[in-house]
Write a new protein. Structure first.
Ligand code: AKG
Ligand code: FE2
Length: 197
């Protein structure tokens, strides 16, 4: 098996594929260690429903073009892709046969860091965004809930070295989140590759 097995989450109105072992342990360990230092992590102040607060995680934005990414009242200016980030981008593009232009990186420092319910449906991502999401470091639980059919939920643990591909329908019909956890856990890096033409 070249990239480990792919699991179709069989979600209503969305195609979501999970590759638990997309990167082997050795590559995943190295990427985690290197990206922790190489990425320009910072904590942004965001405004949601008129209230301003620090984001509960660190982020950075990379792109092969100059296009910015706007969400929650912040505008992220891209750094150029290089080093491991560029290598990872190429690996994912080879597997998915999709060319991504941009990457929003997240660093969850511990269990208190999180990412609240949202969909990545900003207009610069186009009509039906495709997002490839890579995880390194501490495993975290990822939740989905359907926007319109309240009976539909899904939950999985995003493990070290995994790839989650959220294809057609996911952002339109579902929300997702990384909840906080009271467990005493370590850092997690997540890379979300996106297309912002
Ligand atoms: O950390 C994750 O797995 C999800 C990140 C996410 O949803 C986002 O950056 O839009
Ligand atoms: Fe997201």
């Amino acid at each position: 098996m070249l990239f480990g097995s792919a699991i179709n989450l069989e979600m209503k109105d969305a195609e979501v594929i999970y590759y638990p072992n997309f990167f082997n342990k050795n590559d995943a360990d190295n990427y985690f260690k290197n990206l922790l230092n190489a990425i320009n992590w910072k904590q942004d102040t965001i405004t949601v429903f008129g209230k301003t607060h620090l984001q509960p995680r660190l982020t950075a934005f990379y792109a092969e073009n100059k296009n910015t990414y706007k969400y929650s009242n912040i505008e992220m200016i891209p750094h150029p892709f290089e080093g491991d980030l560029l290598k990872i981008k190429k690996r994912i593009e080879k597997e998915t046969k999709i060319n991504f232009t941009s990457c929003l990186a997240n660093l969850y420092r511990d269990g208190k860091d999180s990412n609240g319910w949202h969909a990545d449906d900003e207009k610069e991502l186009g009509e039906n965004p495709i997002i490839a999401s890579v995880s390194f470091g501490e495993a975290r639980v990822f939740h989905f809930k359907h926007r319109f059919d309240k009976t539909q939920k899904a939950k999985l643990t995003l493990q070290h070295g995994s790839l989650l591909v959220m294809k057609e329908g996911t952002q339109k019909n579902w929300l997702h989140q990384i909840p906080k956890t009271k467990k005493d856990i370590g850092k997690r890096i997540n890379l979300t590759f996106r297309i912002i033409p």
